[in-house]
Ligand binder design. Structure first.
Ligand code: PEP
Ligand code: MN
Length: 345
């Protein structure tokens, strides 16, 4: 349930409502908003009795929240969340481009890619220092050394950096060195990791699990918000289906739905969604047309020799074309309007 306070209600009235919620055995979570003050009741198993709260001083109304996710839902937080990081605004009216190799490579190669993607329009540099690989014999990432290279990238290009954290024991080390912490598809339901990330103040990019439903994905995001981290970016990266013509099936159907159900920004990763570089540009365009707030793509100056995911890695020229495509697509009237307006329902 969501308790909406009257305009101009005092801090003491809000504190009294929070104390009452606690006394009822639940957990109160204040929800910041531009136009209203609200307190979300969490920790309840069924409906919450609102009669007592309704007559408390300063309370305007009590709204039942119909979905199991609360803090991520538009019911609780109607305005779009915009995550600001290193000059990039993720979830605003302009699409954001995150680009770079799958893995951090040598410092020289990584810096060269970063300079080139920046010159072509990237707002955020991506590269994994710790890689979750299907085979234990595949390249596992450069680890600590890779994090140092990412710091160099930020120093030299002033691009903010996103990189994956594969285990809760690594959260502090990665958070110290990168701007956005990525949760990979394989870890979307690693609840220990999510809880730990919820306590950091670094933005988190939460990829959709390999076969996660919309509700499972949003519940994973709820873990981050419930621990106090509101800077969450969702990333659709394709799901497992019977298809054998692509690595995954990019589920663009979910993009307008996510924008309707949640206030969080949603971006798309067509690289993992398709798995083949010849289709990345087409799917990048389609993602933006479906209303994604941005794209994450694997881009390299020498794609064929990328340390990992070479077959889906595009070259810098293709990336530059995608950035140009986005300028044309931005003319579609409602593309980057708020979620509710976008879905037209
Ligand atoms: C990646 O971004 O390189 C990655 C491993 O992604 P995912 O978790 O979506 O497979
Ligand atoms: Mn990859």
């Amino acid at each position: 349930m969501l308790v909406i306070m009257k305009k101009g209600s005092s801090e003491a009235e809000c504190t009294a409502v929070e104390a009452q919620i606690q006394q009822m055995g639940f957990v109160p979570l204040p929800v910041p908003g531009e136009n209203r003050t609200a307190i979300c009741v969490t920790g309840n198993k069924g409906p919450v009795e609102s009669a007592y709260l309704m007559q408390m001083s300063g309370v305007l109304e009590c709204i039942p929240v119909t979905k199991p996710y609360k803090l991520v839902s538009r019911e609780v937080h109607p305005e779009d969340t915009v995550v600001s990081v290193g000059g990039a605004q993720i979830g605003g009216r302009e699409p954001v481009f995150m680009a770079g190799p799958c893995s951090v490579e040598t410092e020289a190669r990584t810096l060269e890619i970063a300079r080139r993607v920046k010159a072509s329009g990237a707002h955020v540099f991506r590269a994994g220092a710790y890689k979750p690989r299907t085979s234990p014999y595949a390249f596992q990432g450069l680890g600590e050394e890779g994090l140092l290279t990412l710091e160099r990238v930020r120093e030299e290009t002033s691009l903010p950096v996103v990189s994956e954290v594969i285990d809760s024991s690594l959260v502090d080390a990665v958070a110290e060195r990168v701007d956005i912490l990525q949760v990979g598809a394989r870890n979307m339901q690693n609840f220990t990791l999510l809880k730990k990330l919820g306590t950091t103040r670094r933005p988190v990019l939460l990829k959709r699990g390999l076969s996660a439903t919309l509700e499972e994905w949003l519940m994973a995001a709820e873990y981050l918000l419930a621990e106090g981290n509101e800077n969450v970016i969702l990333c659709e990266r394709g799901v497992r289906t019977f298809n054998d013509h692509s690595r995954n099936t990019l589920d663009l159907n979910i993009v307008p739905l996510v924008r309707k159900m949640t206030h969080l920004p949603v971006i798309v990763d067509p690289s993992h969604g398709v798995g083949k570089r010849d289709r990345v540009r087409a799917l990048a365009r389609a993602s933006l047309a479906a209303g994604a707030h941005g794209l994450m793509m694997e881009v390299h100056t020498q794609p064929d020799s990328a340390y990992s995911d070479a077959q889906q890695t595009i070259d810098v020229d293709t990336f530059a074309h995608i950035v140009e495509d986005a300028k044309i697509l931005a003319r579609l009237p409602t593309l980057f309007a708020s979620g509710a307006a976008h879905t037209g329902s």
